[in-house]
Design a binder for this molecule. Structure first.
Ligand SMILES: Cc1cc2nc3c(=O)[nH]c(=O)nc-3n(C[C@H](O)[C@H](O)[C@H](O)COP(=O)(O)OP(=O)(O)OC[C@H]3O[C@@H](n4cnc5c(N)ncnc54)[C@H](O)[C@@H]3O)c2cc1C
Length: 453
């Protein structure tokens, strides 16, 4: 996910991070053991499921944390083999350091966090933009953002594209940042109401060893049943039964910490779910957004480590870049919305072909020819994600609230989709997991009441 051109003070970030209270578990607390019958069954060990399990365990309740794949972390995934250094294939920034609980946990764990550059650079016709271009572009971006926000605030739940003013000559660039880069969807698929509730995201912090590595490390004190996909969940009058390929787990409460795409696709069937929740599952859908990671030696654009680059676009087939990841020769192209979905549906070299064409178009063919190895992610094709992150379809903005409620006294949802203002982020996923755990603890009337707040 990219960040709009919001300047943020690095000093404020560092001071904020240092002054955060140390959250998390007491170091010596033994975490709950998993059995066939438990207090809380948690499905999904991404950020939300990990947060939920830590809190449930810390409250002294037993849990089973079921994970379909062979690893934890979900859409936070670091690969160290592809390029011989850690590269995040999924989430790669920790937004909003002053309030992000993951930054507090990372600071406590001495994870190698460092501040992202404060603002993005803008390129026009292969050159860095003039000061006046920056001003015009930022003004256009803000006008678009305000128009969508105003419609949403007024309760007019429309396709965001319909309320966009004419922002020529910056219309395509602004539409990319506000749509595919922020919502993983083109603006005709974005609910003005959902958009208007999203909190602004600052450029945040990176983790030198990878955000995915860090998120997985937070699962280290937990017992996780990997390779255990849940296929159905039945809400009974007193118990919840979760059927997996390896048997049935019964709990007094369940937390569903999987993307809504799992239920919408029928991969995970939930019985006895009231219509309101079914509607939310069908209409808070995951969009497409991918990373095309590539070697580009010699620092062709003369950029600092981890600088973001946006370009003046003349079509919706556009992108943004994050340059020189961690000071290396690796760069990351961000694509989203219909373009990303099409590239993911395309042949194996579709990402590399687009990359070279787009770099050639934006910076000249001689620079594009310097590209080395390329790797393209395809989150819409990942079997246990089926997309990048959620954004409500037009008309469905108010449905997201359903994901924050307890269903029939014994089921709560967790995940980025289950946060009304921080959807699409790791911090939103984490907060939703903690909220769902608190709901479970309260419903069971047990555990440590202080931790259930
Ligand atoms: C390319 C990309 C870049 C991003 N960049 C950022 C960023 O820079 N900063 C940021 O804050 N956010 C970013 N995001 C969004 C962020 O990754 C997500 O918001 C967050 O990881 C979601 O966490 P989650 O726990 O809700 O879901 P997930 O991480 O998807 O976790 C769900 C887990 O459930 C498992 N599961 C699914 N089905 C089943 C089943 N049937 N049974 C058992 N387990 C199951 C999955 O395998 C997975 O481990 C990005 C996302 C993508 C795709």
């Amino acid at each position: 996910m990219t960040n709009p051109l919001t300047p943020v003070s690095r000093r404020a970030f560092l001071a904020g991070a240092a002054s955060l209270p140390l959250a998390g578990l007491g170091a010596t607390r033994a975490l709950g053991q998993s059995t066939g019958n438990v207090d809380v069954v948690i499905v999904g060990a991404g950020a939300a499921g990990i947060a939920a399990a830590r809190r449930v365990a810390a409250a002294g309740l037993s849990y089973a944390l079921l994970e379909a794949s062979r690893r934890t972390g979900g859409r936070a995934l670091t690969d160290a083999a592809l390029f011989g250094r850690p590269v995040d294939l999924g989430a790669f920034r920790l937004y909003d350091p002053a309030t992000n609980p993951l930054v507090a946990l990372g600071t406590e764990a001495r994870a190698p966090l460092y501040a992202a550059p404060d603002a993005a650079r803008l390129f026009v016709n292969g050159r860095e933009a003039r000061e006046s271009d920056y001003e015009d572009y930022v003004a256009a971006l803000r006008r678009g953002e305000r128009a969508i926000g105003a419609a949403g605030d007024a309760g007019r739940d429309l396709p965001a594209a319909r309320v966009m003013p004419d922002l020529a000559p910056w219309g395509q660039s602004a539409a990319f940042i506000l749509g595919p880069a922020t919502c993983a969807k083109d603006l005709d698929q974005v609910s003005t109401v959902d958009f208007s509730r999203a909190e602004p995201r600052d450029p945040g912090a990176f983790v030198r060893t990878g955000v995915g590595t860090f998120i997985s490390s937070l699962a280290a004190p937990l017992t996780v049943r990997t390779d255990t996909a849940a296929t159905s969940l039945e809400l009974g009058p007193r118990l919840v039964q979760v059927v997996t390929r390896k048997g049935t787990v019964t709990g007094r409460f369940a937390i569903l910490a999987v993307p809504p795409s799992m239920m919408a696709s029928g991969k995970l069937r939930v019985g006895n779910l009231p219509a309101r929740y079914r509607a939310a599952i069908e209409r808070i859908t995951l969009g497409a957004y991918d990373h095309i990671i590539f070697e580009w030696p010699g620092n062709p654009l003369r950029l600092q480590e981890d600088e973001s680059v946006q370009v003046k676009a003349d079509s919706s087939r556009t992108f943004s870049l994050v340059a020189r990841l961690g000071g290396s020769d690796l760069h990351l192209m961000e694509v989203g919305g219909k373009l990303a979905a099409d590239l993911a549906d395309g042949p194996p070299n579709s990402g590399a072909a687009f990359l070279k064409e787009a770099l050639g178009r934006s910076f000249g063919s001689s620079l594009a020819a310097r590209v080395g190895k390329v790797h393209q992610t395809r989150w819409t094709k990942e079997p246990y994600a089926l997309g990048a992150w959620s954004c409500a379809l037009p008309g469905a903005g108010n449905l997201r609230r359903a994901f924050t409620e307890v269903v029939s006294g014994r089921l709560a949802f967790a995940g980025e989709h289950a946060h009304e203002t921080l959807w699409g982020t790791l911090n939103g996923a984490w907060a939703s997991g903690e909220r769902a755990a608190a709901q479970a603890i309260r419903a069971l009337g047990g555990g440590n009441a202080a931790l259930a707040q």
